[in-house]
Design a protein around this ligand. Sequence first.
Ligand code: ADP
Ligand code: MG
Length: 323
Amino acid sequence: MDEFSLINKIKQSYYRQASLIKGVGDDGAVFRETAEDIVTVTDMFVEGVHFTRQTMTPKQIGYKALAGNLSDLAAMGAKPMFYLVSIVVPSSWQEDVIALYKGMESIAKTFQIDLIGGDTVSGEQLTVSITMIGRVLSERVRYRSLAKPGDILFVTGTLGDSQAGLFLLQSKQTFRNEQYFIKRHQYPFPRVSFSLALEEIDRIAFNDISDGLMSEAKEIAIASGVNLVIDDSLIPIDPNFYQFNLKQQEEWKLFGGEDFELLGATSPRNWERIKMIAKNTNTPVTKIGYVESLNHKDEDGEVFLIVKGKKKIVNRRGYTHLT
Ligand code: ADP
Ligand code: MG
């Protein structure tokens, strides 16, 4: 299939966003925004690095690539509007590119966003680069740097499910409720509605959990210049997560990525309202810890994990005992 017929096949017949002036079909797309700040995010997906065709269908790959970008916008507090897709297509993928776009369209429809452009080239390895554009009121951007000492820490959903699903897709053993974990790996659901419904809350620091809870927590700690203290026993997991061995549980819930849940820090006085908003948007939320000031003001923010009453200092790949 040549680039021209591909573009004709994937071009939307109408656009959902009122601010769009020109979508696919000219040298550039045009939209007009007046009042709000524009947020852009981008992510790249490479076959063999981020996914394989053994565990993901083309449709799932498209869906999940877009879900990752939506999750980034949710973590900024932004309403998603548009996306652009640049793709390197090897000859072995010619047949399946349309399915990949169908996967993207399925989740784009859910969130009422529009495909407004991209680029197509042939090459060796399937690579999909997505850029997404959203908008947010300037005083509601959920920067990582907004956490303050005394804040509570909370997460949405359950953690570790995506890595458990990947393990099940590659394992020959049978486990309970495999389909649940596999779905969490192949069709993660970004927390866009929850994030947007939090508009009344004045200050939240958000990070989405794409690289594992500990890594995301560390990013907030450094950006905000604070320490984060997380209680291991409070980290939410699925009831069937206990069937995996302890090493897997720990690895997946602390360091496993791609759950696309949100980690937030906010004043404790907001917690009751956040729980209400979570309920109204069908979003499980759990308080998992709190924010402290740095011990010495010139050091980097750290993440501490309380495990069985002992406080441990965590780095991105593991933790060491403190006391
Ligand atoms: P140009 O040569 O001006 O860059 P192209 O022929 O590459 O234009 O693209 C024509 C139109 O199709 C543009 O609007 C472009 O954004 C869009 N487009 C091209 N490739 C893709 C793609 N893979 N996905 C979505 N839109 C695409
Ligand atoms: Mg081009």
